[in-house]
Design a protein. Structure first.
Lengths: 665, 485
């Protein structure tokens, strides 16, 4: 058995997408089980890949043997090739695991919806594209997956294309917004790719990054003189990442992406697709390591995004929007980790985040399902008694995301904060403070959502309360499994001060293979890379306790405001802190700026171009068409049906040919 | 003269269609019409597929050095390029034969005659593509043409069919006269009838050989329907049974381009070409592109439109051929030959589908374009197939038509005749008007009231499905082309 089995991970969901798409009419809701079966198959194959990895004493990464030359133009060729290494395995693991859970859950959630086959066809197609993104051995393969997930995201956000989303825009608009915003990022990504091809001559990750590969060769030739190349590539690729992973300035699409069905929000807009940017940056860590400037920018953008999104999350009323902003905020943490050179920790946070954020969204879905599509938290409350499973899993995930010991988020987030604290940068401590402040807000708004949704009295209509009941097993069992993950995933990255158990398993695993490639190169060629201070384990422990206290503080504050003194105190706070509240509620006015400023400007430009197009370009095109038609009408006269005339034309042609040949004009 | 020693396996790819063709003819004589209607097409398709397999088995390694047949008097040469051309002819023929039972149904045509002649004309095209000696070339061309003259007029009850056959016969003979006259001139001055030969060098001096080459070019240009020798094409395509029109548009052109390309490669190898020859080719190409596209714009009948479209495509292909004759070019012509063979494959597949849809639907769908309104609703599969082939003909991704056009234009742009490429690109944009007009009709207009539906047959679905899949697959993963060829 060899790595070719990894192709199954691509083929199973692809087959499922085709089956659900073509035979959905006959299979109806059975498509759900087809898709779920395919997804469980990918989980099994991932397990086999792990088995192979462990059995293989070398433990080496490698190409999947099967592959073909996809496009060839002269000396340049793009190959359809796939690659498995440490980073791929980690990504495959949580995508297939969380994916399987969400697929199972979706069977319950989509029950009774006439569009189910369409949903599962898109969902399977998404899985195919996501796996392609992760398995691709070169930039073009990654890019196809990248665009593929973007397309599926668009299709699924607009799944309820005939419905309104939040009164302001329709679901179809939300889909378009996501797609167009991503296109802006893709522009940067494509440019970055072209830069890579131009300077290094290959787009294959292994050829680029391996010891003695294209980047090393480039460094050997040019030394540090061409450092700007790395900064340019790193920043261009990062623009792509800000689009896909919803960072400043392109984060505006993600909250609106909540227009899709909730399983979509859980899988695509929380656990997997949005982490593609982090994956890509980690995959290309070499470019970042070689450009401390680019890394600093990544860190700053990450920290700012984390802070801004968390501050917006505090006032939102729609439960899914709270979670959406919390996703943006957590993604900010991940990029902060990348920016301070802790790529493996970023992926570790991606990993733990997939579990607790997937779980949170699915719980929200369960609540929304029970309340017949009510998403406003001010119309919920007291659901704890009626939906115990949903409540407990939501609570566990909230503990995890808030960073309460010993849940998964505590370990991964703490590791990010620690690395930020240690980084040898002027603004390192500032970034750390922003991170801590974000942690405080995270605990606050997450527990706010717990108390508003599950505690107190129900604030909705009597009729709705009558129908509230726990979701069926098909929905709650995935919740429980994900909650277990949210509790235990932290074991894979225990900090250095933790006694007895093996520490840093997952980060070390990644550092061994992928995420330190760039640092080695930088050392080898004597380039300045970002460095970190060292501190004792007891200081580390002290920092961990501090961030735990901060999280508990946020929790206590939320309890005080939203459990003890609801609704009087929140009302009072809102009135007294009006400017701050407005800023948060109105999304820092950034959305408005985008709509009025950017889109307005573009619309003006569009009208100008339209005028040119209608009057000048169309005129030329239509004119050309008319001329051609007139010419055609005349030339048709040659076709008069008379054989003799045709023979004469043959003679005319022959004479012309002879003239040219003989007299060599 | 000593009888040439024949090595049997090398002839196998050519013997199979010969035996198959005669076999089908004889089978029809000795069996009742009902069973021959079923058995003949099956046998014919199997013959083509067998020949295709044999071709690639026998000539598996011609890429290194071409094979000459027969060894003592090598009138045929199988190079990698000509092998691929023959393969394309056979693939196209197999697909068209699969489409034929539906295409000739209800037209009072005897199965044995039709399929037997079809196979024999395919054999003629195969041999023509391989021939490097002028007399052999002439004989093979006539074998293909004579069978096709009969096939065009095989629908005895249809006056148009008969008229088309007569016109093609008269004009075809006229063009053949040019070819044979050219061959005679060539022999008179070069003292050989071999255009390409392993053993001796071609010596060309003076004006006479150029006259000879010009006459031969005219003879071939007629078969390739290049303007201004194209005038027969619309009427003949319109009158002939649709699968035969498709064979005229694909097989014979593939063979003709193969001969032309190989001859030019050889002539350039001996420095026997000058600017004038290239200019003549450029001029023919541009005339075909311009006339083909402009007149296609004003056509109202589907097969006439496809005829003009195929004239335009001959023009694009000839631009690829120009690369081979451009004296300023250096290096091996391998890339240009690959580009041409990719285009020929693309061209064959998309014409098989577009003619195939017309023939599968039959009746009014072989006539006025307006009948295609609302086809997407009544026959979604046919509409999808036709759409794919029209998009491919327009040359848009993700279809093999785009890949072929891209390669040919990219090659041609390397020559000093880049203005010709520019003109071709502009007119290729223009072609979107009439190709996509049909798509628009099928998907956005309503069907006429009370139009009867058409029964689908499995064979047609399979042939169209396979071709459509190939068009898309090779368009998405063009790397497969090089793996196959």
């Amino acid at each position: 058995m060899n790595l070719n089995i990894a192709l199954g991970i691509l083929l199973l969901p692809a087959a499922s997408a085709i089956i659900c798409g073509l035979f959905g009419k006959y299979l109806k809701e059975k498509t759900g089980w087809v898709a779920t079966g395919a997804m469980l198959g990918t989980l099994a194959i991932t397990a086999i890949l792990w088995g192979l990895w462990i059995v293989d004493s070398q433990g080496n990464s490698g190409y999947v043997p099967w592959g073909f030359e996809w496009i060839k133009v002269g000396g340049f060729s793009i190959e359809a090739k796939f690659w498995v290494d440490e980073l791929t395995l980690i990504m495959l693991t949580f995508v297939s695991l969380v994916g399987s859970m969400v697929f199972i859950y979706a069977n319950g959630y989509m029950h009774g919806d006439p569009g189910t086959p369409r949903f599962f066809a898109y969902f399977s197609l998404f899985a195919t594209a996501m796996f392609l993104l992760v398995l691709g051995a070169n930039f073009p393969m990654l890019f196809i997956g990248w665009e593929g997930v973007g397309l599926c995201s668009y299709l699924l956000i607009g799944y309820y294309f005939d419905k309104d989303f939040d009164g302001k825009i329709t679901c179809a608009d939300a889909g378009r917004k996501a797609f167009i915003t991503n296109r802006v990022g893709d522009f940067g990504f494509l440019l970055g790719m072209l830069f890579v091809l131009y300077f290094f001559g290959t787009l294959d990750f292994h050829q680029l990054f391996k010891d003695g590969g294209a980047v090393a060769g480039f460094l050997g030739e040019n030394g540090t003189a061409m450092g700007w190349v790395f900064t340019a590539i790193a920043l261009l690729l990062f623009i792509g990442a800000t689009g896909k992973s919803a960072q400043i300035p392109l984060y505006i699409w993600l909250p609106d992406a909540m227009a899709g069905p909730t399983p979509v929000s859980a899988l695509i807009h929380a656990a997997t697709m949005v982490t593609a940017g982090v994956y890509m940056v980690a995959r290309c860590n070499v470019f970042y390591w070689l450009s401390p400037e680019a890394m600093t920018i990544v860190a700053i953008i990450g920290a700012l995004t984390a802070f801004v999104a968390a501050s917006i999350g505090i006032t939102q009323r729609d439960i899914k929007k709270v979670l959406a902003y919390s996703t943006v905020s957590q993604l900010g943490y991940m990029f902060l980790a990348c920016g301070v050179g802790a790529f493996s920790v970023a992926i570790f946070h991606v990993f733990t985040h997939a579990f607790f954020k997937g779980c949170l969204f699915l719980c929200a879905g369960s609540v929304i399902h029970a309340l017949h599509h009510e998403q406003d938290m001010t119309k919920m409350g007291g659901l704890k008694s009626e939906m115990p499973r949903t409540y407990w899993t939501y609570l566990i995930s909230t503990l995890a995301i808030s960073g309460i010991f010993p849940f998964a988020g505590f370990f991964s987030k703490d590791e990010i904060l620690l690395n930020t604290y240690l980084v040898d940068l002027n603004i390192g401590k500032t970034l750390w403070l922003i991170g801590v402040a974000t942690a405080l807000m995270t605990a606050f708004y997450m527990f706010r959502s717990v108390y508003l949704t599950f505690h107190g009295k129900f604030r909705g209509s009597e009729e709705k309360w009558m129908h509230v009941e726990e979701s069926p097993n098909v929905m709650t069992i995935p919740l429980i499994i994900l909650a277990i993950g949210a509790t235990t995933a932290g074991l894979l990255g225990l900090p250095a001060w933790f006694p007895a158990l093996p520490q840093h398993i997952l980060p070390h695993f990644l550092d061994h293979g992928v995420t330190l490639q760039g640092q080695h190169l930088a050392e080898q060629f004597g380039m300045s890379a970002i460095e970190r201070h060292h501190i004792s384990h007891s200081t580390e422990l002290g920092l961990a306790v501090f961030s735990l206290l901060v999280a508990v503080g946020g929790w206590a504050l939320a309890y005080f405001v939203y459990a003890k003194n609801y609704p009087a105190l929140p009302e009072k706070l809102r009135n007294n802190l009006r400017p701050l509240w407005n800023l948060s509620w109105n999304l820092w006015y950034y959305n408005m700026f985008c709509m009025k400023g950017v889109c307005g400007g573009l619309m003006a430009l569009y009208r100008f171009i339209l005028a040119i197009d209608q009057h000048i370009v169309d005129g030329v095109v239509n004119g050309a068409g008319r001329v051609a038609q007139a010419v055609g009408g005349e030339l048709r006269e040659m076709q008069n049906g008379s054989v003799q005339a045709y023979a004469v034309w043959v003679l005319v042609g022959a004479n012309i040919v002879m003239l040219f040949l003989v007299f060599a004009l | 003269m000593q009888m040439p020693h024949i090595i049997w396996p090398q002839w196998l790819p050519f013997l199979i269609p010969l035996i198959g063709g005669i076999g089908v003819l004889l089978f029809d004589v000795f069996s009742n019409p009902e069973s021959s209607r079923k058995a003949c097409p099956a046998g014919a398709v199997a013959t083509c597929l067998l020949a295709l397999i044999a071709l690639y088995k026998v000539f598996a390694d011609v890429a290194a050095a071409p094979a000459y047949l027969p060894a003592e008097y090598p009138v045929f040469m199988i190079s990698q390029f000509s092998r691929d051309c023959i393969g394309i002819i056979l693939l196209g023929a197999a697909l068209l034969l699969t489409l034929s039972p539906r295409g000739i149904a209800g037209k009072n045509i005897r199965a044995g005659e039709y399929y037997g002649l079809f196979l024999l004309s395919v054999l003629g095209m195969m041999l023509m593509a391989a021939s490097v000696e002028l007399l052999t070339l002439f004989i093979c061309l006539e074998l293909a043409s004579l069978s096709i003259y009969v096939l065009i007029g095989i629908e005895k009850s249809n006056a148009n069919s008969g008229e088309a056959a007569l016109k093609y016969f008269v004009l075809g003979s006229f063009a053949s006269a040019f070819l044979i006259f050219g061959a005679a001139f060539f022999y008179g001055h070069a003292r050989t009838t071999f255009l390409i030969s392993e053993s001796h060098q071609l010596v060309i001096q003076g004006i006479a050989p150029y006259i000879a080459l010009g006459l031969i070019l005219v003879g071939l240009a007629f078969k390739l329907a290049l303007a201004p020798f194209h005038l027969y094409a619309p009427e003949v395509y319109d009158g002939a049974p649709t699968p035969v029109s498709a064979l005229l548009a694909t097989g014979i052109k593939v063979a003709g381009f193969c001969v032309l390309a190989q001859a030019l490669v050889e002539l350039r190898r001996w420095d026997a070409l000058d600017q004038g020859a290239t200019w003549a080719l450029v001029l023919l190409a541009l005339a075909s592109v311009i006339i083909g596209n402009c007149v296609a714009l004003v056509q109202r009948r589907i097969k006439r439109l496809l005829a003009y479209s195929s004239i335009a495509h001959s023009g694009y292909l000839l631009l690829g051929i120009v690369v081979l004759s451009d004296v300023a070019q250096v290096g091996t012509p391998q890339l240009a030959l690959t580009a041409i063979s990719v285009y020929l494959l693309a061209y064959t597949l998309m014409n098989v589908v577009s003619f195939g849809v017309a023939s599968s639907l039959g009746g009014r769908f072989e006539e006025e374009l307006s009948n295609y309104a609302g086809l997407a609703k009544s026959h979604p599969f046919m509409a999808a197939a036709l759409t794919v082939s029209l998009i491919s003909l327009t040359g848009l991704p993700p279809t093999v038509g785009f890949i072929g056009k891209f390669y040919v234009f990219a090659e041609a742009a390397k020559t000093s005749y880049i203005f010709a490429v520019a003109v071709a690109v502009v007119f290729s944009v223009l072609s979107a008007f009439y190709y996509l007009n049909i798509v628009m009709k099928m998907y956005m207009q309503e069907q006429e009231e009370g139009a009867p539906g058409v029964e689908r047959t499995l064979a047609c679905d399979v042939a169209l499905g396979v071709s459509m899949a190939l068009i898309l697959l090779l368009g998405i993963a063009p790397g497969l082309l090089f793996w196959m060829m």
